[in-house]
Write a protein that binds this ligand. Structure first.
Ligand SMILES: NC(=O)c1ccc[n+]([C@@H]2O[C@H](COP(=O)([O-])OP(=O)(O)OC[C@H]3O[C@@H](n4cnc5c(N)ncnc54)[C@H](O)[C@@H]3O)[C@@H](O)[C@H]2O)c1
Length: 266
């Protein structure tokens, strides 16, 4: 039964064409929000919004490359024009190619920062005037355990997600006077389309990845819906007094030492 935990809210979800972003957008719509599916891939984004609508939700696709400030500004203005307001922003779009220190070229470093750190900065910057106009709201940044704990082959990504955590804490303080909350969600290890494709490039099959889940804390991979439940909470009024928080949806994986040669290090 639909509980309406975000009934009437207008929520922008970046990177919502697939994976964690799609699961969040879909669950937010199920819970009564009007959602904007923002993604740089047009056909996939249109299809995601159409699927949510076919299931009875309210959704609209707006093509956005979060690395572009004018796209992010246009995304927020267009959302407010179409739906009349913005109550929530889920900064989910991300890109996570592997690379050790010496493998990471300046070009790769820049591209990773653009999507994972500069994108959320642009989206926050251009959402804030609309959130303020709505009397307050909630921003949720999708981070990673790499923002806190080291993995040797994710140097640029870790720097971006660590920066995003620092920005989350800074904005939580800076925007509190506007009744805007800002939080950080850690999804654990999720076998999304993006994650599976990345491992496939390195010759790691879905079967091997799935098997690796058995050795994780609590015995399985996290799934996109595990994160979506947390996102609904942090974008709803149930979390009205939660800001500057980090919510780990990783089965406690971050409490365990990194095992050299573990599958997620691939
Ligand atoms: N999958 C995991 O195990 C995992 C773990 C921790 C954190 N995360 C984070 O969760 C988020 C979602 O990851 P996912 O696994 O669902 O990824 P995914 O690759 O399956 O989906 C990412 C989506 O973001 C979109 N996107 C990428 N760059 C974009 C850009 N510049 N502008 C707009 N859209 C863009 C893609 O088109 C895609 O639809 C990312 O921020 C990622 O860093 C994922």
């Amino acid at each position: 039964m639909r509980k309406g935990r975000v009934e009437g809210k207008v929520i922008v979800v970046t990177g919502a064409a697939q994976g964690i972003g799609f699961a969040c957008a879909r669950m937010l719509a199920e819970e009564g929000a009007s959602v904007v599916v923002a993604d740089m891939r047009e056909a996939e984004g249109e299809a995601a919004a159409a699927r949510i609508e076919s299931e009875g939700g309210k959704a609209r696709f707006i093509r956005t490359d979060v690395a572009s400030e004018s796209d992010c500004c246009g995304l927020m203005d267009e959302t407010a024009r179409v739906f009349g307001r913005i109550d929530g922003l889920l900064n989910n779009a991300g890109w996570f190619p592997r690379g050790t220190l010496e493998e990471t070229t300046t070009e790769l470093w820049e591209k990773i920062q653009q999507v994972n750190l500069r994108g959320p900065f642009y989206c926050c910057k251009h959402a804030v005037r609309h959130l303020r106009a709505a009397g307050g709201g909630s921003i949720l940044n999708v981070g990673s355990i790499n923002g806190i704990q080291g993995l040797p082959n994710l140097v640029a990504y870790a720097a971006a997600k660590g920066g995003l955590l620092a920005m989350t804490r800074t904005l939580a303080g800076a925007l509190a006077q506007d009744r805007i909350r800002v939080n950080y969600l850690i999804p654990g290890w999720v076998l999304t389309e993006g994650e599976v494709a990345l491992h496939a490039k390195n010759g790691v099959t879905l079967e091997a990845l799935t098997k690796a889940g058995e050795s994780l804390a609590l015995g399985r991979h996290q799934n996109a819906e595990d994160s979506a439940y947390a996102a609904v909470y942090l974008l709803s009024d149930e979390s009205a007094q939660v800001s500057g928080a980090v919510l780990n949806v990783d089965a406690g994986g971050s409490t365990l030492p990194i095992q050299p040669g573990a599958p997620y290090v691939v």
